[in-house]
Design a protein around this ligand. Structure first.
Ligand SMILES: [Zn+2]
Length: 171
């Protein structure tokens, strides 16, 4: 299985190919991509690659994706303990959602704690619902970063959906 650095390089390489393809396609007027959409895709792809890698399921140890969080990396230790390496965390559909849900939980805990400890502190407002036109590239960028990781790991899309565990182990 590739190391964190190799995963990052694969994702950066794939991003260059995707963005070159998107640029050519929009020059040829095959698709229309607004700067906001390109930015949304890029941000989500970068967050998925560097901050929300599937290998956070190893966060109880030393792992590249945890290091990118700096001091906050400690927050991922429970996630690493909760999810076995290359288990649900490495499934194609639910895996990426487990990390988003985990982040949401952490944010909710911090906000809850702040409200309790310092009720007067103004909190950033919840952003208005974003349009589908921006949400779609966000989802695409995040999932693309995750799927590239899984492909590099040799994880198949039906991972975790059927009992293929024994077959894999026997190899
Ligand atoms: Zn992995």
């Amino acid at each position: 299985m590739p190391s964190g650095r190799v995963h990052n390089l694969i994702n950066i390489g794939a991003y260059s190919v995707i963005s070159a393809g998107a640029l050519i396609a929009s020059r040829q007027q095959l698709v229309t991509i607004t700067p906001a959409q390109a930015l949304a895709f890029t941000l989500a792809f970068a967050v998925g690659t560097f901050l929300l890698s599937p290998d956070l399921d190893l966060a109880e140890g030393r792992v590249d994706s945890k290091r990118h969080w700096g001091l906050l990396g400690v927050l991922w230790v429970p996630y690493g303990l909760l999810f076995s390496h290359r288990g649900l965390s490495h499934s194609w559909v639910l895996g990426p959602l487990t990390r988003l849900a985990y982040v949401a939980l952490m944010v909710a805990l911090v906000v809850g704690l702040l409200r309790y400890v310092a009720p007067g502190v103004p909190l950033p407002e919840v952003p208005q619902p974003i349009s589908v036109k921006v949400a779609l590239p966000l989802v695409a960028g995040y999932y693309a970063s995750q799927w590239l990781h899984l492909i590099a790991d040799g994880v198949r899309p039906d991972h975790g959906m059927k009992r293929g565990v024994r077959k894999v182990r026997r190899r």
